[in-house]
Every structure is written in C-alpha cells, then in structure tokens.
Design a protein around this ligand. Structure first.
Ligand SMILES: Nc1ncnc2c1ncn2[C@@H]1O[C@H](COP(=O)(O)OP(=O)(O)OP(=O)(O)O)[C@@H](O)[C@H]1O
Ligand SMILES: O=P(O)(O)OC[C@H]1O[C@H](OP(=O)(O)OP(=O)(O)O)[C@H](O)[C@@H]1O
Length: 298
C-alpha cells in the first residue's frame, strides 16, 4: 500500500479515532498548524505541511502504540495510560476530557463505603485499575484478592440494575449518566484528563517532536490567556502593574510628549479578565482593550 511506504520517514502521531476525545484532538492539531486531509474510512492521514503521519486509533489502544515506540506521540486520557499500565512520558495536560473514574453503587442501598464492597462483584471497562484499587483496599496482591472484577465494554451503568454487579467503576463528568442509572459515587479511583503522551524511545526526528510540543504548548497558552492593553499615568503604575504582572513582565511604551503616560500590554488569564479590567479601571487605567490570542510560542 502506497500510504504505508510513506510512513518510514515520518513522525507518527496517534490520535483518538472517535469518541469523546476526537473533536478536541483535531482542534489541537488545527491550532498547531499540522495540516492534513483524512479520507473517509482511512485511519492514516499524511500531514500536508510537516513530515508527520497521523494514525487514528481507539483511545484505549494509544498507550500501547506509544509505549512500544510504534508511534512517537499520542493523545489520550490518563485513565487509558494507567489502565494499560504503560510507561510513557506525559509532557502536556491538554485540559479537556476531564472526568473522574469513580466507584458507584445503587442509591439508598446497603453500600456507602468502598470497604463494604470487598468480596463483592464489581463491573468496569477499567478492570486493571479496578483490580489495583480493590487489592490495595484489601491489603493483598491481586491474585489473592476476594473482590471479583468483571469486564464490560460499554453501558457499564446498567450492570447493577441487571444484577451482574454490586457496584461499578466508571467515568463521571457531569454525573448525568450515573444519576439516570440510579447510582451514586462513593469513592474516586482516579482523576483524568487528556494528555499529550510521548514514547520513551521515539524513532522520529527529536527536533520535530520538540517543535510539535512547543506548538501545542502555544495552543494551550493561547487558550488560557488574553492580551490586555491600556494607558496609564506613570504615577499609577505600581498598583496597575501588580494587577497585570504579565507572564514574565508587561511591555511598557511611552505615549504622548509629556513623559507622564505609558501604554501597557500584558497577557492576563482569560477566566479572570472581567475582574482584572474592573480593577484596572478603578485604579486609573484608561482605554482598556482585551484581545483574543489566536496563537503564540512561549
Ligand atoms: N464523560 C466524559 N467526560 C470527559 N471525558 C470523558 C468522558 N468519557 C470519557 N472520557 C475520556 O475520553 C476517553 C475515551 O472515552 P470514549 O467513551 O470516547 O471512548 P471510546 O471507546 O473511544 O469511544 P466510544 O464510547 O464512542 O466507543 C476516556 O478514556 C476518557 O479519558
Ligand atoms: O457524567 P457524564 O457527563 O454523564 O459522563 C459519563 C459517561 O460518559 C462516558 O460514556 P460515553 O457517553 O462516552 O459513552 P460510552 O458509555 O459508550 O463510553 C462514561 O463511560 C460515562 O458513561
């Protein structure tokens, strides 16, 4: 196959092929200017502007491909990395796909603490994490534990109602699925979010790996910060610069001929911009403008 012959000289980057992580992963690629065209039903896409091949895989398989060095980089949830128990680097928290892997039991039932589930039957898609959690709770090795852990591939939340489980271990974000199934959480096994993962033994060009990481860092920073400018009398600067210290330091430019006014520019955190603008105004800043950052390198 011609496509496969083009893979040897490219950095291989594993991307979730569908599901909860797909759309945001593609947004990260777009923000990093990694251009590609994915043909329908094809799980390999060659980048059109970088020597990178994107390999679209199930999120659960990505740790294995990256861990064994078959792919140099990947995007997947920390939950999948820990479940696969694979040693990879996790250089960037991508701040999406955030949820918790939780122990859930029927509402108003006999169980209120995970300790009460020792010796019972637990159903999960994350059987390795579940076994590790209950073995630790029992204080024995996994081969000696009495709690039974069974695998189901989806719709885990139905297991208690169907009588196959006393409790489940499943992901919770809003809690809607859990509540709809008449369940409640009693313990957290793991907090997770999507990460960029990197092979400990990458085969691809190391400089290109660093370039891609730096571009993704730039996308993350552009998402987190906005660019704020305002004018200020020099006399007010000590208090105003304390409100907008910038990531390193704000940029100051003289305005007017009298030497008394400056223009200030600084990155500020997007989710605090309203309060920061209020404070600036209250303390004498004028012409306060905030711009979105479409991209940056930090
Ligand atoms: N409700 C959620 N909120 C946030 N992140 C989630 C949620 N559910 C899953 N994730 C994250 O997305 C990853 C992939 O989950 P998803 O359910 O999309 O798996 P999939 O099997 O690849 O897709 P599908 O369920 O469509 O078959 C999980 O391992 C977790 O990191
Ligand atoms: O707390 P919530 O916001 O309701 O999200 C939690 C649900 O999301 C995931 O499933 P998903 O909807 O991806 O489908 P799946 O069961 O097929 O994996 C997870 O397995 C839960 O069922």
């Amino acid at each position: 196959m011609d496509l496969v012959n083009h893979l040897t000289d490219r950095l291989l980057f594993a991307i979730p092929k569908k599901g909860r992580l797909y759309q945001k992963s593609v947004e990260i690629l777009n923000g990093s200017d990694i251009k590609f065209h994915r043909s329908q039903r094809l799980d390999i896409a060659l980048s059109t502007n970088l020597p990178v091949a994107l390999i679209f895989l199930p999120a659960a398989d990505i740790p294995m491909f990256v861990g064994e060095g078959k792919c140099d980089l990947g995007i997947t949830g920390v939950d999948q990395v820990r479940e696969a128990n694979i040693d990879v680097d996790l250089p960037i928290d991508l701040q999406f796909g955030s949820c918790k892997l939780q122990v859930q039991v029927p509402n108003n039932g006999e169980f209120t603490k995970p300790e009460q589930l020792v010796g019972k039957t637990i159903v999960s898609t994350f059987t390795n994490l579940t076994k590790r959690y209950f073995a630790e709770l029992e204080g024995v090795s996994e081969d000696k534990m009495t709690t039974k852990v069974k695998y189901v591939g989806g719709s885990v939340e139905a297991s208690c109602a169907l009588g196959v489980a006393d409790a489940i271990v499943d992901l919770v974000e809003s809690g809607e699925t859990m509540r709809a199934a008449g369940l409640t959480d009693i313990a957290t096994v793991l907090d997770t979010s999507a990460h960029l993962i990197q092979s400990k033994h990458p085969k691809g060009d190391l400089e290109l790996i660093e370039t891609i990481k730096s571009r993704i860092e730039g996308v993350m920073t552009a998402q987190r910060y906005v660019y704020c400018t305002y004018n200020a009398a020099k006399i007010s600067l000590p208090i105003l610069l304390a409100i907008t210290p910038g990531r390193k330091a704000p940029t100051l430019t003289n305005v007017g001929d009298d030497g008394e006014w400056v223009a200030v520019a600084a990155m500020i955190e997007k989710n605090k911009k309203g309060a920061i603008m209020d404070e600036l105004k209250k303390n004498g800043a004028t012409d306060i403008i905030v711009f979105d950052i479409s991209n940056c390198r930090v």
